[in-house]
Design a protein around this ligand. Structure first.
Ligand SMILES: O=C(O)CCC(=O)C(=O)O
Ligand SMILES: [Fe+2]
Length: 331
């Protein structure tokens, strides 16, 4: 796909499996990822996107969903790698809580862990602006950030399945998430392979980046999955992945090109009372987190947020009103 990379990425129509189906579980076990068909209906996906725009406009920086000239970095919230917005109350936006409240999303995770007693993460979203309008809006290429989201020493074995609900049509031109199929199976060897690098990675940081020349990155062809709006991509945190922006866009593109809500659910029983208490407080104070529900990292304290000079200019959303179903996912 992208000529200047040494890692080839194929855009692929992979099986779109039913939420909670046996097939989805075995596919995930084998390949380290799976696409769930229509975890959200088209209407629910469209509603989530509208709510995300409500959130952005609510930041009070002058963003107008109908006017891309108001989407500049001076108004847009701080983004991490791949255009991910991690902070400023996003994890408790109405949008994120809306999709957490859809039972078909939980169903996908419930089957993985064989329990309905699950907690939700409070994480953010990845929104890609049309970079034909401003080339600086183009997000990182895969080459720069192939990673796993699980510390190979402090968190051995299968621990977390991450998710991303796709809200807009995908295409090779736009780009999106990239997975190295089967790469979760390399995880157990990483402590030996990367002894020196890992000795520098704090045990509570669940993000490990691979050097570009690691042969595991080309161990099998990297896939970018075709997804319909509402589809849920699941991947094991041990699976090597990233996002990669595409190489061409129609000149007249004036809308967001990608919108992906991050969501993760893990069994309740894994969380200590101390973590549960921090999670309750996070809801009260609108604190966003990573994908892990059984360890607590405040995303508002990510270095890139603390370093953002203008971080106090954003108006945070109001505390969401949650129904009983949504509340059951907190503690
Ligand atoms: O935007 C993406 O697809 C990548 C997201 C990612 O790496 C993550 O959520 O862990
Ligand atoms: Fe990741």
């Amino acid at each position: 796909m992208s000529q200047h990379f040494n890692i080839e990425i194929v855009y692929k129509h992979v099986p779109r499996l039913e939420s909670g189906s046996k097939e989805s579980i075995s596919y995930l076990e084998e390949h380290g990822y799976a696409v769930i068909k229509k975890a959200l209906s088209s209407d629910e996906a469209a509603k989530t996107l509208e709510l995300l725009w409500d959130y952005l406009e609510g930041l009070g920086t002058g963003i107008d969903r109908r006017n891309p000239s108001t989407w500049g970095d001076d108004r847009w919230p701080t983004c991490a790698h791949g255009g991910i917005m991690p902070s400023y109350g996003i994890g408790h936006s109405e949008a994120q809580w809306f999709l957490r409240g859809i039972p078909n999303v939980k169903k996908a995770f419930a089957k993985i862990w064989d329990t309905d007693e699950l907690l939700t993460s409070f994480d953010g979203v990845s929104l890609w602006r049309p970079w034909n309008i401003n080339p600086e809006w183009k997000t990182e290429s895969g080459q720069s950030w192939f990673h796993i989201d699980q510390h190979p020493i402090s968190k051995p074995g299968k621990q977390c399945i991450q998710g991303l609900v796709n809200l807009l049509p995908t295409s090779e031109e736009i780009g999106g998430n990239v997975i190295i199929p089967g790469s979760h199976k390399f995880f157990k060897n990483l402590p030996d392979e990367y002894e020196e690098r890992l000795s520098r990675l704090p045990l509570d940081i669940d993000h490990f980046r691979f050097p570009n020349d690691d042969p595991k990155l080309s161990s099998s062809k990297a896939v970018m999955c075709h997804m319909e709006p509402g589809d849920l991509l699941l991947w094991d945190s041990r699976t090597i992945h990233c996002s990669n922006s595409g190489s061409k866009l129609d000149n007249d593109t004036t809308d967001l090109i990608r919108a992906a809500s991050l969501i993760c659910m893990m069994p309740k029983e894994l969380s200590s009372e101390d973590i549960l208490e921090k999670r309750r407080e996070a809801v009260e104070k609108l604190i966003s987190t990573t994908n892990w529900t059984n360890s607590f990292r405040n995303a508002d304290e990510f270095p890139l947020i603390l370093e953002a000079q203008d971080r106090n200019k954003y108006k945070w959303p109001k505390k969401p009103t949650l129904n009983d179903y949504q509340k059951s996912l907190i503690d």
